[in-house]
Design a protein. Structure first.
Length: 259
């Protein structure tokens, strides 16, 4: 195991979350350690709490119990080295692509950047996602895949230690989704960031992840974990991935029956 993989950049310890007025917690006793350069996918049935978990990990929602740490420091609010992307790219229609990628870099919680450093970050992020040719276009002129690339570039401009992705490819066509999956893996490799991908797509999780976590139960917790020790690209490992897929589906069905 590399030195990177022995480190922990993001950790959750016995996290629980309850919404106001709810009879029981949404999440309970959830723990995880995530290393730099690692892609972890979170699977689970619809409404189980995957997006709620991601918001807790992002510092957007404080847990009712337990803690989240970034580099061993307690996470109490949004963090400049955590970047989150949703299924909706959330691009501002009055800004061109370059402006959208730069948006937020001068916010109060972001580290101060000189104009040249800010420009360099934006240029590098746009180049990483292959959108140099589109940097002056407004969101209305972008395809769905280009908009998601722009949203990813906006995250990368922050030089995050952790990327948090909430089903960002779910609305894309199959070819574009595959391209975005490959781009995400390349970005993690190039930037040595960690990534947490919430997805409903088991096959997507198997193709891109180093680990797959399965949420289940009431309240939700980690009911299964699989480490995918296969080289990428993985499209030819049909038998190996198929066996893991069967285990995940079986575990999920058993959890639903017992709910």
């Amino acid at each position: 195991m590399s030195e990177d993989r022995q480190q922990t950049v993001l950790a959750a310890r016995q996290v629980a979350l309850r919404y106001a007025g709810a009879e029981r917690p949404v999440l309970a006793n959830f723990s995880i350690d995530i290393a730099p350069g690692e892609i972890v996918s979170v699977l689970g049935s619809s409404g189980i709490g995957k997006s709620s978990l991601l918001r807790v990990l992002a510092g957007l929602h404080r847990p009712d119990a337990g803690v989240v740490e970034v580099d061993g420091v307690l996470l109490e609010d949004v963090h400049p080295r955590l970047a989150i992307a949703f299924q909706n790219p959330g691009l501002l229609p009055w800004l061109d692509l370059e402006g959208n990628v730069a948006f937020g870099l001068d916010f109060r919680r972001q580290p101060h950047l000189s104009a040249s450093e800010r420009e360099k970050r934006v240029d590098n992020a746009i180049r990483e996602v292959g959108l140099n040719h589109a940097r002056r276009l407004r969101p209305a002129a972008l395809s769905g895949g280009m908009a998601q690339r722009a949203a990813l570039a906006r995250c990368l401009a922050r030089q995050p230690q952790v990327l948090l992705l909430d089903e960002p490819f779910g609305a894309l066509d199959e070819v574009t989704r595959t391209e975005m999956q490959q781009l995400m893996v390349q970005v993690v490799t190039d930037y040595r960031t960690a990534a947490v991908l919430v997805t409903h797509d088991i096959d997507e999780a198997l193709l891109v992840s180093d680990r797959v976590l399965l949420l289940g139960g009431t309240p939700a917790g980690n009911i299964g974990e699989w480490r995918i020790n296969l080289p990428r690209p993985r499209e030819d490992y049909v038998a190996e991935l198929g066996q893991i897929r069967i285990e995940i589906v079986s575990t999920l069905r058993k959890a639903i029956r017992n709910t």
